[in-house]
Design a protein around this ligand. Structure first.
Ligand code: PLP
Length: 377
């Protein structure tokens, strides 16, 4: 899942922008998009905009042919401003403000997720005749970010919701699920399909066939503290086996966010302070939890990124350092016990790998530290 990561490190070391900055590789984005685009016959990718909505990334993915999963009218506007065809956009959040549904329809978006009768009623009112896909709860245990408490219909209600959608004269487009972001169990997607099989077959007996099965996102990335995540080919082989058990094959669509964008982007920061506190080396950086690395926060997954010196000098002594961000908040600690060359000091730069997902979009200017600029090459 992390192709060309040496290449992105090599190429970022050739640039000299003011820190902090994100640096995205088109070739990694292309590799990742193409990998997802070719997983299943006729499948389609709807990149989850929430993972990274930088216009340079969205524009490039659009050029590659990607579709987009939007979560609000704000994200929809961002996509439309880039000239993206509304036919390539799905509205994948299953709970939406009524005005956002109206705005989406007025701008040509036709496909909406729903996970309750009330949401279907809302869609029927504001987007009569729209295509709907029912999001169901699936087992998301083991995923770093779970969604089943907030989103999805209990599986036993899915058929009733599809029938209700028909009653409301909505078009029943399919079923979707999300196994949770940064899933760590390779069977989560296939288990979800196996669990849905009786519902899909039951609907088929009633003459309702699904146009699509939307297997969502959740595809994991090998962060420093998640080296042993399942690889895409393993996940896909399980999914294929579960699909072969179905009596017909709906089109497979996917909404990957992290899996496409994380490894495409690195963050480059500078050390602004080096001190020793309670016997430990502390390196304070010009980017931190708030403006760049939200998921490293303790309540947000505690994602640990691989960190490399920008100017690598082979060999030499190493040290273990605590890395903190520039704000005045004690939560702004990015990582502890990070092994780095002992020479790293004020003015030296560090590179955080796999920093493309849920970084740019989560940035907050706390204490005034702005979102780092993103460059693409
Ligand atoms: C509806 C929906 N689709 C797709 C995604 C993308 O998930 P991931 O980045 O784990 O692939 C999310 C993540 O929150 C989501 O809520």
């Amino acid at each position: 899942m992390i192709p060309n990561h040496e290449k992105i490190l090599d190429s970022v070391r050739l640039v000299d922008y003011p820190t902090p900055f994100f640096y995205t590789s088109r070739s990694v984005l292309k590799h990742n998009y193409n990998t997802f685009a070719h997983l299943f016959d006729g499948s389609e990718v709807y990149y989850a905009v929430k993972a990274n909505s930088d216009p340079l990334i969205l524009g490039y993915l659009a050029q590659l042919g990607s579709g987009f999963e939007a979560a609000s009218s704000y994200e929809i506007d961002l996509l439309l401003k880039l000239g993206i065809n509304p036919a390539k956009i799905i509205y994948g959040t299953s709970v939406k403000p009524p005005q956002h549904i109206k705005h989406a329809v007025a701008n040509g978006i036709e496909r909406f997720a729903a996970d309750s009768q009330e949401e279907l009623d809302k869609i029927a009112q504001h987007a009569p005749g729209a295509k709907v896909f029912i999001r169901t709860i699936v087992d998301d245990t083991g995923s770093v970010f779970t969604f089943s408490e907030r989103f999805g219909a209990p599986i036993e209600t899915v058929k009733g919701l599809i029938l209700w959608a028909k009653h409301l004269e909505l078009k029943t487009y399919g079923i979707s699920f999300h196994v949770g972001s940064q899933a760590t169990n390779e069977n989560r997607w296939s288990n979800a399909i196996t669990m849905l099989r009786p519902i899909i077959e039951d609907l088929a007996r009633d003459g309702i066939s699904l146009e699509v099965l939307d297997i969502g996102g959740g595809f994991p990335v090998a962060y420093y503290n998640h080296q042993n995540v399942p690889h895409l080919p393993e996940i896909v082989s399980h999914v294929r086996n579960s699909l072969h058990m179905l009596s017909y094959m709906p089109k497979i669509i996917m909404e990957p966010g992290r899996g496409i964008v994380a490894s495409s982007t690195v963050l480059v920061t500078s050390v602004i302070s080096r001190t020793v506190r309670a016997g430990k080396v502390w390196l304070v950086l010009d980017a931190g939890i708030y403006n760049a690395l939200y998921e490293a926060m303790i309540h947000q997954g505690l994602t640990q990124y691989n960190v490399h010196p920008f100017n690598e000098q082979p060999g030499g002594e190493t040290m273990h350092a605590t890395l903190a961000g520039p704000t005045g908040d004690s939560l702004d600690i990015i990582a502890r016990e990070v092994e780095l060359p002992a020479y790293i000091d004020v003015g030296d730069k560090l590179i955080f790998e796999n920093a493309g997902a849920y970084t740019v979009t989560m940035s907050s200017p706390f204490n005034g530290f702005p979102k780092p600029e993103l460059y693409i090459s």
